[in-house]
Design a protein around this ligand. Sequence first.
Ligand code: PMP
Length: 406
Amino acid sequence: MIKEICQLRSDFPALGQLVSGQPLVYLDHAATSLKPLAVIETIDHFYRHETANVHRGAHYLSDKATQKYEDARTLVKNFINAENNSEIVFTKGTTESINLVAQAYGDEYLNPGDEIILTEMEHHSNIVPWQILAKRKKLTVKWVPVTESGELDLNEFKNILNEKTKIVSVVHCSNVLGTVNNIKAIISAAHNVGAKVLVDAAQSVTFMPIDVQDLNCDFLVFSAHKLYGPFGTGVLFGKSELLNAMPPYQSGGSMITSVSKDESLFLGAPQKFEAGTPNVSGAIALGAAIKYVEKIGLANICAHETELLQYTISELNKINGVRIIGNSSSRVNIVSFVTDGIHGADIGQILDQQGVAIRTGHHCAQPLMNKLKLTGTMRVSLGVYNSREDVDIFIRSLNKAVEMLS
Ligand code: PMP
């Protein structure tokens, strides 16, 4: 393990507590990351000393809050290498970002008979908004299958892609299998038929550099809370020409140039999509999270989590009756597994009694579960704060649970 990363654990106050009388072993990073002091203190400082609304006050604190909110936008823009700040919309999270695109872009530009391509490894948040849109506008949803090894079948993707395809919405890293998809190949093939591509980067953004210009994606979405940041804040990146051509998603204050009894005129992106008072402290704390991650370095985070995942997988493989789901070589920090004849929820409960937090269930990916003929899996997901010792405690506890329940 990288030495500096060992020392990082003290940045996360949550790791100092006991759960069920045992030191917490937090292996549920993919659901939400623990928060470093840098983020917690930023929120605390904002509410103590800087509380004010943005974009409208004629006073010192409002100017300061506005400046910090817009600085956070610049941090996000640089983090994903967008071309300009107007391409960064603050939302509630990945889910809202996808809903925004499905509603604003989908309603305006998709017509009956058009096709949307999703994949069998999508999170529900990248399925349901498209299904609702498809129903409303008489569109067809097509699916890229997942192979035995837990990867996307890109040959089949190319077969279903055609000139009727208007949107390809695809996850960068599966929250169940951990597979990191070859997103660049998908984007380039989709663009060849004139389709737009939305990338769900909810997981990938936490461990790999994202360059939206290099990827050439049309939209990219993520949540702050998985990136060591706060709840209730997320990002929609959209290419300027697309955002500017889209109608508003929600409407009200802060998104208009003028309102009369007859009509309202709207600001350009991103304000057009940020109706009402935004989550000011959330955006600023996301900025703090980005600074935190950049200080460690995404390459270091990726190397650490990859090494730890390999160790976890090799230790899981030693336990009789444990079956790992998916074996893509392109993965960083997530592994799902099942145990023959034992329900995952029962194991999860026993692990919890030993202070070990993992995730069990369908992980909001029921189409994938159906494909795999599973009702759920157990999932271990690793963050920058996890150590080999965490994995050792987890494996010991899992062995114990399997023994008790067999
Ligand atoms: N996509 C993926 C791949 C995810 O892992 C998640 C969260 N588990 C989401 C979308 C939804 O994110 P949120 O709930 O923060 O909107």
